[in-house]
Design a binder for this molecule. Structure first.
Ligand SMILES: Nc1ncnc2c1ncn2[C@@H]1O[C@H](COP(=O)(O)OP(=O)(O)O)[C@@H](O)[C@H]1O
Ligand SMILES: [Mg+2]
Length: 388
């Protein structure tokens, strides 16, 4: 409405979509054929539609055919692989199945993280995201398949220990792992364990607190538990940054924060990425993933369900819905409008702004038919009080 598109103040998305589609049809646009989305054919039977750009740059983490079971012993895992299957035994599905009650938390996962990219991990609760994340710095060692990080093979105990400093993982609710008596001691714990000299430890404590927006002089001597929840999380975050990792892995870093703290945190993560860190972030928020990530991997029942740029992944609202996931709000509305006959291009990921611009172009520029809607075309959008 702010752009002069004559629609009423509908609150429900379905009503808004129906109204815009009707306005569009009345304006003479009904016989314009809807172009199918350019990316509709990319989700091939749950396969990946990764872009080649990421593959072309330097890989920092390479996961190959990784499977993990919390319940099967090594012997049971061997027996599992030898069990008779009805389908073609060479197929992935025959080997790992897709039964939600299967003992596998990860099933044949292969993916690469490239240097400097911001990779998002999406998926329903229980889809294996945290299990995958714990493999990235050797906290869980591969049972089946392999994980290489920064050229080190995480099957080896020695390599896994070396990787811990270079791949920093911020687990869910990291503030629950704070333990030291003061903020400064907590942040110093990791670098001190690396055996660094005292002045280097002190430098890292001050700089990592500054990177998360905290001042050593102001809070260094405080007990972490005197701080607010958001500040505690920043301290935990600083503890990971003090290791000066090359890759930062975040498992639902904004969980449980209020909207303002979420925004601050997302801004902070985005800044760290722009400063050169490779970031892998698990999030339930499709809007956050769409806003930040270069690439998104969608997990389902322990396997990679889809992979691609946010625009590629979120072009598939129906497939995502089938595994209990949504898409960002503006994108969802754009796809619904396209289905209702409004010929949106749908070749990129919609922000509210981009969708509003394209609708304004379509509805204000498409025909001479006078508008028969309660609002007047081109008039100032009515205020909430005026209604339509
Ligand atoms: N420590 C554990 N012990 C046993 N099972 C686990 C453990 N952690 C996760 N699981 C199981 O592994 C599967 C994947 O879980 P998880 O990796 O936590 O998924 P997500 O992070 O996507 O919610 C789920 O079925 C979960 O119940
Ligand atoms: Mg999890």
């Amino acid at each position: 409405r702010a752009k002069g598109v004559p629609v009423c103040a509908q609150v429900r998305e379905a009503d808004m979509v129906a109204e815009i589609a009707r306005v569009y049809a009345e304006r003479g646009g009904a016989d314009v054929a809807v172009q199918p989305s350019a990316s509709d054919s990319r989700m091939l039977d749950n396969a990946s539609f990764a872009t080649n750009e990421a593959a072309a740059s330097e890989p920092v983490i390479e996961i190959s055919h990784l499977s993990h079971s919390y319940s099967l012993s090594a012997r049971e895992r061997r027996r599992w692989r030898k069990r008779p299957t009805t389908a073609d035994a060479s197929s992935k599905q025959a080997l790992w199945g897709n039964d939600p009650n299967s003992p596998w938390a990860l099933r044949d996962v292969s993916l690469t993280v490239s240097r400097g990219e911001f990779l998002g991990l999406a998926g329903h609760t229980g889809s294996g995201k945290s299990t995958l994340v714990q493999h990235l710095n050797g906290l869980i060692r591969p049972q089946e398949g392999s994980v290489c990080a920064l050229g080190l093979d995480l099957s080896s105990k020695k390599d896994a220990a070396a990787v811990k400093a270079k791949v920093g993982v911020v687990f869910q609710y990291p503030e629950r792992q704070l333990f030291a008596e003061t903020v400064a001691q907590d942040v110093a714990f990791g670098p001190r364990n690396l055996g660094l000299p005292q002045d280097e430890v002190a430098r890292r404590v001050a700089s990592s607190l500054a990177r998360v927006g905290l001042d050593l002089a102001a809070i260094g001597d405080k007990n972490p538990f005197e701080l607010s929840g958001g500040q505690q999380r920043r301290v935990a975050f600083a503890g990971v940054l003090a290791m000066e990792p090359e890759v930062l892995v975040l498992d639902e870093p904004m969980a449980g924060l209020d909207p303002a703290a979420r925004r601050d945190f997302l801004g902070l993560i985005d800044r760290l990425h722009r400063e050169g860190l490779t970031v892998v972030m698990v999030s339930h928020s499709m809007d956050d993933l769409a806003n930040c990530c270069d690439r998104i991997v969608v997990m389902n029942e322990g396997a990679v369900f889809a992979e691609g740029t946010p625009a590629q992944v979120f072009a598939h609202a129906d497939e995502l819905k089938s595994i209990g996931l949504g898409v960002p709000a503006a994108q969802r509305m754009a796809l619904a409008l396209a289905k209702a006959g409004v010929p949106l291009r749908c070749d990129n990921l919609y922000t509210v702004e981009a969708l509003a611009d394209e609708l304004a172009g379509l509805l204000l520029g498409c025909a001479d038919v006078p508008l028969r809607v309660p609002c007047q075309a081109g008039s100032k959008a009515p205020t909430r009080e005026e209604g339509c």
